[in-house]
Design a protein around this ligand. Structure first.
Ligand SMILES: Nc1ncnc2c1ncn2[C@@H]1O[C@H](COP(=O)(O)OP(=O)(O)OP(=O)(O)O)[C@@H](O)[C@H]1O
Ligand SMILES: [Mg+2]
Length: 245
């Protein structure tokens, strides 16, 4: 019986000898979404990169579907079903929307069996009709919102079991954020993916998730049910700062 898709315990990690994260624990179950909250520079992106094997590990254990993957290289974690929607979006600017998606679909070496969610080009277009309209456009001709849709589509089409979002709504107009939030709920409803959502806007992050982890300077300062923290605005304000609560 596998209880958690991802189970990090006592994780310490950073860049080379520099330690950024200390003693963090995080569990993500199938169909569950966990928010990572905290001010700028507290280590949210570093935590996602650490789950993906893209930082230097200084301690702790990371299990994926019950298996210790702490020493697995990034490519092996990706192949096993961990996907990132990066903060910088990182789409191919000189490829069309459809080519961007096709390139990512090729990475799904298990023929769509990786997460069993069966994401295909058509299903990504169903989720984001805008991408279908823009399928012949090059990456560098897309708006910020369209780029974010494409970044999400690229992650999904690899059929991940766990999808990590790094501030997917950052810098986008409210109407586009609403569309992406809709899509977020649809993809959550679509099979038992585990979701980790890094979000600066704590209220939104809490609304979209089941549990939350709040970081400050690389350490846990709060962990628990998102609804509990959302119900305590004063606590939230002290944890993440008034401006983002
Ligand atoms: N490649 C790197 N090499 C060395 N230090 C880094 C590197 N990337 C980030 N850091 C440092 O790690 C710390 C955490 O950065 P990180 O990007 O994880 O924070 P964050 O919470 O994602 O911030 P933001 O909200 O601005 O995206 C910062 O002190 C940052 O300077
Ligand atoms: Mg970041």
């Amino acid at each position: 019986m596998i209880d958690f898709l991802l189970d990090a315990s006592g994780l310490s990690a950073g860049y080379g000898e520099t330690i950024v994260l200390e003693d963090l624990s995080l569990r993500v179950g199938a169909g569950e979404a966990v928010a990572i909250l905290g001010r700028n520079g507290v280590g949210k992106s570093t935590l996602l990169l650490s789950l993906l094997g893209l930082t230097t590990r200084h301690g702790g254990v990371l299990r994926y579907r019950g298996e210790d993957i702490s020493s697995w290289p990034a490519y092996k974690r990706a192949r096993a079903g961990l996907a990132l929607v990066p903060q910088e979006r990182e789409i191919f600017k000189s490829l069309s929307v459809e080519e961007n998606l096709q390139v990512s679909a090729m990475g799904d070496g298990n023929g769509g069996e990786r997460g069993g969610n069966g994401w295909t080009l058509d299903r990504v277009y169903d989720l984001f009709p805008r991408l279908h309209e823009r399928r012949r456009n090059l990456g560098n001709q897309l708006s910020g919102g369209e780029q974010q849709m494409l970044a999400i589509g690229r992650a999904l089409i690899g059929n991940p079991r766990v999808i990590l979002f790094d501030e997917p709504f950052e810098g986008l107009a409210p109407v586009i954020v609403d569309q992406l939030v809709d899509a977020f709920w649809k993809l959550r409803a679509n099979g038992g993916m585990g979701v980790v959502l890094v979000e600066q806007h704590a209220e939104l992050g809490l609304e979209l998730t089941d549990r939350a982890l709040v970081l400050d300077r690389g350490r846990e300062v709060w962990a628990g049910r998102s609804s509990d923290l959302a119900a305590s605005p004063e606590l939230l304000a002290t944890l993440v700062g008034l401006e983002s609560a």
